[in-house]
Design a protein around this ligand. Structure first.
Ligand SMILES: Cc1cc2nc3c(=O)[nH]c(=O)nc-3n(C[C@H](O)[C@H](O)[C@H](O)COP(=O)(O)OP(=O)(O)OC[C@H]3O[C@@H](n4cnc5c(N)ncnc54)[C@H](O)[C@@H]3O)c2cc1C
Ligand SMILES: NC(=O)c1ccc[n+]([C@@H]2O[C@H](COP(=O)([O-])OP(=O)(O)OC[C@H]3O[C@@H](n4cnc5c(N)ncnc54)[C@H](O)[C@@H]3O)[C@@H](O)[C@H]2O)c1
Length: 460
């Protein structure tokens, strides 16, 4: 496509066929670029193969227990509900294989050349494939994602797992220990508990889900405990003793916990190891992430990076937007930048936590005075269903401008609501806009437009 194109085999070589890489490759090819992509494992990447999608399927499976329990109050009797893990995993595998095929076909249809092997840099404008071949590329996009963080003290033990392993366990464990207090730890603790596994979550911090609104994180932790998940805060494993058929964790207070498996969900690291990035002059952050500017360009002008490998906001829609913006800017003559503010996010725990915008603590740091509106209630469905669990909504408003700064929810469909609330916040909605919106009755969502008096006004 460019004058320089003849000096190169392709205009763009993408390393990594996950959320960001696939989008960038497809869009760049659509803009007329000659594109190749290498994927070392399976097309679709973390989100499709061992992340968001299979996780959400497991979450759906885990929530049937609540439905069966609530059904009685509505007149149904379900005598012998039984759960079969191998059936769920086989069905999940079938769906993931279908999605993987769709990803590869989408790339092929767009005219992208696919390499099903590992790639590394052979120079600022050259890529070496695992089979030894070298491909010259005018531009290289690194979209290799991240990997679960491991520790040499337990990495080799078969009963100590990371999130990747959870999707292929041969049998549902009776007893699971989860270490960590972030998205992955909380989601897996909830879903495994929902499937009937006795679950203990061990977290070193004072509260789960650092970075989320503290009041909601506390309410979620209490709800998890009320459901029967054992949550130990301020606790660290000091020794992990793996045996062939079970695992033993000694905590810093001397307690010893036994389980079938321990899931270590202690964060993810950018997948930059062995790519030869430093050899060609690409600057890395202290944690190994590729340092990029707002255009996703690295310190080497021909090399760009998007998604988790840059450790900006490690979510699929963000990787996709970054891949799209890169392809539009470099190959579509359409300058595009990704705005990393106001990203809606959810923890697919049970109950679910969804939010967009500032937490109360962040708002207090940035604004002179904020108003907090809250509602805590038992949803209508629970009145006959019997659950005592409360739904919590919280709106954070700038006292001066009346702009809504943050919306946080713990309860059914919180993720769906966070997505839509994101539109309102992006449009700079004021509290009065929420109030002027007619309620849709009877719904949970109507509570967002009937939050009348500020529960408190706080000055930063
Ligand atoms: C358990 C779990 C649950 C998650 N749930 C959610 C969720 O609900 N919502 C959400 O938004 N996000 C979720 N995420 C995060 C989301 O999966 C990531 O943010 C997203 O996948 C990042 O996309 P990416 O393109 O940067 O990288 P990835 O999707 O990780 O893709 C990178 C690809 O590069 C390949 N690769 C690596 N090195 C090489 C190499 N040298 N050569 C060739 N190929 C290579 C890998 O095999 C991989 O396929 C979850 C993550 C996990 C682990
Ligand atoms: N629903 C979603 O959107 C979703 C779901 C899963 C993952 N993700 C993405 O993937 C990323 C990674 O998730 P994650 O849960 O692995 O990471 P995280 O950064 O959210 O949480 C890591 C947790 O491990 C703890 N930890 C770190 N080192 C430790 C150690 N040595 N010992 C004990 N505890 C330790 C931390 O205190 C923290 O609680 C998330 O930040 C998110 O961007 C998103």
């Amino acid at each position: 496509m460019s004058d320089r194109a003849d000096a190169f085999d392709v205009d763009l070589f993408v390393i990594g066929g996950g959320s960001g890489g696939v989008r960038a490759a497809r869009i760049a090819a659509g803009h007329g670029a000659r594109v190749a992509i290498a994927e070392a494992d399976r097309f679709g990447g973390t989100c499709v193969i061992r992340g968001c999608v299979p996780k959400k399927l497991l979450v759906y499976a885990s929530r049937f227990a609540d439905e069966f329990r609530d059904a009685a109050g509505y007149g149904w009797s379900i005598d012998s509900a039984r759960f079969d893990w191998p059936t769920l995993i086989a069905n999940k595998d079938r769906e993931i294989a279908r999605l993987e095929r769709l990803y590869a076909e989408g790339l092929e249809k767009a005219g992208v050349r696919l390499y099903r092997q590992r790639a590394a840099l052979a120079g600022p404008q050259a890529v070496r494939l695992a089979d030894g071949s070298v491909i010259r590329a005018a531009h290289i996009l690194v979209a290799t994602g991240g990997v679960p963080r491991r520790d040499p003290n337990w990495a080799a033990h078969p009963r100590v797992l990371v999130s990747d392993d959870m999707f292929r366990l041969p049998k549902l464990p009776a007893r699971l220990i989860v270490v960590g207090g972030g998205y992955i730890a909380v989601e897996f603790a909830c879903l495994m508990h929902g499937l009937g596994v006795r679950t203990t979550l061990i977290h070193r911090g004072a509260e789960l889900l650092r970075g989320f609104d503290r009041e909601l994180a506390t309410a979620l932790r209490q709800a998890m405990q009320a459901r029967g998940i054992e949550v130990l805060l301020g606790a660290r494993p000091t020794h992990i003793d793996g045996r062939a058929d079970r695992v033993s964790l000694r905590l810093d207070d001397g307690r010893v916990l036994d389980a079938d498996y321990a899931l270590m969900a202690i964060g993810r690291d950018p997948a930059t190891h062995g790519l030869g990035l430093e050899d060609v002059g690409v600057v890395l952050e202290a944690n190994g992430a590729i340092a990029v500017d707002a255009a996703s360009r690295s310190s080497v002008p021909s090399i760009y990076a998007v998604g988790d490998v840059t450790d900006r906001v490690n979510l699929t829609p963000v990787a996709i937007r970054e891949g799209q913006a890169f392809a539009d800017s470099v190959f579509g003559k359409r300058e595009a930048r990704v705005d990393h503010a106001l990203i809606p996010t959810a923890v697919f725990s049970t109950p679910e936590l969804g939010c967009v915008g500032l937490t109360e603590a962040q708002a207090l740091d940035e604004y002179a005075a904020i108003e907090i509106y809250r509602a805590s209630f038992r949803p209508l469905k629970a009145t006959l269903g019997g659950s005592a669990e409360r739904t919590l909504l919280k709106l954070i408003v700038d006292a001066d401008s009346q702009r809504v700064l943050g919306a946080h929810m713990l309860g059914p469909d919180a993720a769906e609501m966070a997505q839509l609330l994101g539109i309102a916040l992006r449009m700079n909605a004021r509290k009065a806009d929420f109030d002027a919106t007619m309620a849709l009755h009877p719904t949970l969502a109507e509570e967002w437009v009937t939050l009348r008096a500020a529960q408190r006004i706080t000055r930063g």
